[in-house]
Design a protein around this ligand. Sequence first.
Ligand code: XMP
Length: 482
Amino acid sequence: MSLFEGRTYDDFLFRPQRGIVSSRRGVKLTTPLTRTLRLELPIVSANMDSVTSAEMARTMALEGGIGFVHRGQTIEAEAADVAAVKRSHGHLVEHPWRLPRDATLREARDFARHHRVTGILIEESRGSGVLAGLLSHRDLPWFGGHDDERVDAYMTPFERLVTAAPDVEPAEAARLLFENRIEKLPLIDRDRKIRGLVTKSDLMLARTRPGSSKDAKGRLLVGAAIGARGDFLERAAELLRAGADVLVMDVAHGHSDVMREAIEAFRRAFPDAALVAGNVGGADGARFLADLGADAIKVGIGPGRGCRTRLETAAGVPQLQAVYETWSAVGDRVPIIADGGVRHDKDLFLALACGASTVMLGSMLSGTDEAPGTVIEDPATHEKRKLYRGMTSPQAVLNALYEATPEEVDDALDVPAEGQELEVPYQGSVRDVLHRIRGHLRSAVSYAGEDALERVRAKVVAAPERYLVPLSAASRRESYER
Ligand code: XMP
């Protein structure tokens, strides 16, 4: 243990090993997220209100990682974020949006904008589910007027629609779409009832992005956060109903009686749901969560950039030490998520080499377009920034309480803040950030003498002193000061 005692990311370099790959593009970064889910990119976005709502979660999954939607919002709002990710792609849309044939064009325009769809299935009467036609964005008059006319005057009627049976194979659906030069294929049963919709863009996605994180139905994977008190079981039920693939039970001190009771109650209610639990700071906490049946363990007490826990309570364990101690306790039995404190891409690699299966990022992703919040521009320097804040910062706590009673607000504010707000540089799309991370991780694996990240982890955890070089103050200056 002594190698890691009191040490974290900036305390080590990795001793380069004889390289075996001819092209870094071929380096595999595949990794387990939980006991059953696997990702092509070992990166997850933090369940924080300045990091992950639907847009971030969707992009994370498209890029091969996953996002955990935050819980600093109502149950309905969080479930809506989850549902939006699950609906955004798939081999088929199971419950396509629809309007009745007597709806107006104005209604259809508003409906399409609101649900962000380019085509609407039209049913014979509201709620009947019987297909009457399809109104695509090309059917809507673009030259104004006509707003009060009925959609059935403009839709492609059922008689002229190409449709298929609900169990159509993706290859057959692709053939029908192509041969008829159409983009949407409604699926109906013998009674003409709507049973789904296949779109060209979804089928194309499966080809163009084979590394995306998807479920068996081709829909993007998404995670969501719950707490360990109050209405957490009700929240869990709604999130699972909305399609969440994995939940994270996220509390500041995961090695606690509160957590034990909450996980036991969760398991009674949802025996098969994938559950990440945390946070803990090392071996005892990790064993505790593993024994309670967690499907992955989130590690990190106080390393996060928006976090003041260590400053205010002295609680914490240096993050790389915490990751390795956790691995030493649970091994490969339960995947480990290293959460917080990553400032440079090399930190990601060190966490993953020393036992973590994935790394959770907050501040590193929060300056992107996909993170909630607006870009602030300094009028003098034209520097662009976004706000990032700890989930127990006064601002985030107040925001989460906007629907709470005055007593609940008083209670929440009674607990001293262990989080803070800060500004981070604006960085454009998170895709670019992930592209950079992917490239650097592949290079790091290549320097480590392997062609797959999992092989690096296996050899490093078995003998870390062979690969990690502890740094003196002088070697740290030589390495990092530029
Ligand atoms: P980074 O360093 O990636 O860290 O920005 C993200 C992680 O920080 C944790 N977090 C907090 N920790 N008080 C804390 O003690 C807070 O208010 C707070 N908000 C977030 C969280 O684990 C997140 O994933």
